[in-house]
Write a protein that binds this ligand. Structure first.
Ligand SMILES: Cc1ncc(C[n+]2csc(CCOP(=O)(O)OP(=O)(O)O)c2C)c(N)n1
Ligand SMILES: [Mg+2]
Length: 349
């Protein structure tokens, strides 16, 4: 591990990893109480990736996540309350309770999902990067100047089996788009190990086929993640086209809330837990003499208060009224019975 630049920065990285871990531990508890339902994919074990990567992007950049995106949304800055309310399915959730765990969304922070489709974010990110390249001067945030906006696209190792991965890399390279392909390689796509679905398991090398620069990084080391991501962002922002980073990481929990985990041994999981990104970073800071029990206690206390606030925000939220359920799902024209006037409007486009 490299040495952190300042104690303040190191503490912030640690605090953010703890925020994700404690938030998701609470989510698991609320799931077992039936407060949260549906799918719930926890990021526990992978926190160093979102926490190391996210500070490398500015507010003008675009972020595209996967369905395992709680941590990314939190670190991007969406308050915990609307995220918890979204998990509850309440109308004060960040997607008005309509998306749940897999569909966090925050347009104001340019956080474009939260997508349930494996690999589905890749073409979305390429489209966003194309828009950034074509319209740098019209974005209101840019105030008439090209600030070199970039798009960050997180995706899993499972997504490299999708055609969209190859199509997206090809077009991004061909058009020299400002997009970072950020692969969270946790070695499994549900119960399928990488080596069971890929002939080339070195994901970073796949970028060669599209003439894209790439690098593999230790995804359990928050400082390594941050340093590699910062280099990659500089490269892309300078107009050199896309970059692919493969973060080598591991999820400590089941794929969703429960699976029998027959696809990996307990021993393998235990080995990876030895590399817990939070425990390792704490050890490093303690060894350097900067982190004390008192610091840690105050971080934990503040996070617990933030989580309690988020839970009460979600508990106090309202369900969307029944009569609004079809709102924004159908347009008024095509939601009603096709009348002569509606058919005429549809025909006219
Ligand atoms: C197109 C598509 N195919 C299949 C699924 C079902 N599915 C949900 S998660 C998943 C595994 C994805 O694994 P990976 O991309 O490695 O992400 P991870 O869960 O490991 O974070 C699959 C196959 C889906 N959501 N979308
Ligand atoms: Mg995976």
């Amino acid at each position: 591990m490299s040495t952190p630049i300042t104690q303040e920065h190191a503490f912030e990285l640690l605090r953010q990893m703890l925020r994700i871990r404690r938030f998701e531990e609470k989510c698991a508890e609320l799931y077992s109480l039936g407060k949260i339902r549906g799918f719930l994919h926890l990021y526990i074990g992978e926190e160093a990736v979102a926490v190391g990567a996210m500070p490398c992007f500015g507010p003008e950049d675009a972020i595209v996540g996967t369905y395992r995106e709680h941590g990314h949304a939190l670190i991007r800055g969406t308050p915990m309350g609307p995220l918890m309310a979204e998990l509850y399915g309440k109308a004060n959730g960040c997607a008005r309770g309509r998306g749940g765990s897999m569909h966090f969304f925050d347009a104001a922070r340019r956080f474009y999902g939260g997508l349930a489709i494996v690999g589905g974010g890749l073409p979305v990110a390429v489209g966003l990067a194309l828009a950034q390249k074509l319209t740098p001067f019209v974005s209101p945030l840019n105030k008439g100047k090209d600030k070199g906006e970039v798009t960050a696209c997180f995706f899993g190792d499972g997504a490299v089996a999708e055609g969209e991965f190859h199509e997206s890399l090809n077009l991004a390279a061909l058009w020299k788009l400002p997009v970072l392909f950020l692969c969270e390689n946790n070695l499994y796509a549900m119960g399928t190990a990488l080596g069971r679905h890929q002939s080339q398991t070195d994901i970073a090398r796949k970028a060669d086929a599209y003439a894209i620069s790439a690098e593999a990084v230790n995804g359990m080391d928050v400082l390594a993640v941050e340093a590699a991501t910062r280099n990659a962002v500089d490269f892309v922002r300078a107009g050199n086209g896309p970059y692919l980073l493969e973060y080598r990481t591991y999820r400590f929990r089941a794929h969703s809330m429960y699976d029998a985990e027959l696809y990996r041994t307990k021993d393998e999981v235990a080995q990876w837990k030895q590399r817990d990104p939070i425990a390792l970073f704490q050890q490093q800071l303690r060894a350097e003499g900067s982190l004390t029990d008192a610091h840690l206690d105050s971080m934990e206390t503040a996070i617990a208060a933030e989580i309690a606030g988020a839970v009460s925000f979600a508990e106090n939220g309202l369900w969307e009224p029944l009569e609004d359920l079809a709102k924004d799902v159908y347009t008024p024209v095509i939601s009603s019975q096709p009348s002569a006037i509606n058919l005429k409007l549809i025909a006219e486009g």
